[in-house]
Write a protein that binds this ligand. Structure first.
Ligand code: ADP
Length: 163
């Protein structure tokens, strides 16, 4: 049985993340989405909100679980008994950081492999950060996130702007 974790901030989950999860779920027996409790990025959504938004998005996928983690990624992999860390690669700009992380994690715990999947054609330009920026500036975010995420994000933007 091959278990993988898919870690990230997911602030919030986008269709790009979901594309990766759907494809990953066909490869691994169990895929555990690990939502970072402290993404260090002043998140727009709390950990509980990010977990809930992701769980709602994958409720129809039985091989996928959504949990939180803090601390080292390799410790999370051990905690969830996963041999693989799944990450997405969008563009060359992702490569440097991912390359460093994968090697560092390998040093910290050699038994854990990092595997990369290329982003889906339709989503290579998509990031949570950009979606939040578009929402904040009043753009339509429906093509980029699940419907329930669009509703929550638009609501959060409104609350923050005090309207
Ligand atoms: P982090 O803060 O760890 O970068 P993110 O939530 O931004 O967390 O991303 C989590 C993972 O999902 C990363 O491996 C990232 O490369 C990948 N990812 C983000 N957006 C996309 C996308 N549009 N398509 C495929 N993978 C993506």
């Amino acid at each position: 049985m091959t278990k993988a974790i898919y870690p990230g901030s997911f602030d919030p989950v986008t269709l790009g993340h979901l594309d990766l999860v759907q494809r990953g779920a066909k490869i691994f027996d169990e895929l555990i989405v690990c939502v970072a409790s402290n993404p260090g990025k002043n998140p727009m959504f709390s950990l509980e909100e990010r977990l809930e938004l992701f769980r709602k998005a994958v409720h129809a996928l039985p091989a996928v679980r959504v949990e939180s983690f803090d601390g080292l990624l390799v410790d999370a992999a051990k905690q969830f008994d996963a041999a693989v860390v799944l990450r997405g690669l969008r563009a060359v700009s992702d490569f440097d950081y991912e390359f460093q992380m994968a090697h560092m994690n390998h040093q910290l715990r050699p038994g854990i492999e990092t595997m990369f999947m290329m982003t889906g054609d339709d989503y290579f330009y998509l990031s949570s950060g950009l979606v939040k920026e578009v929402a904040t500036l009043g753009g339509d975010i429906q093509p980029f996130v699940p419907e329930h995420v669009a509703v929550s994000l638009n609501k959060r933007v409104k609350e923050r702007s005090g309207k």
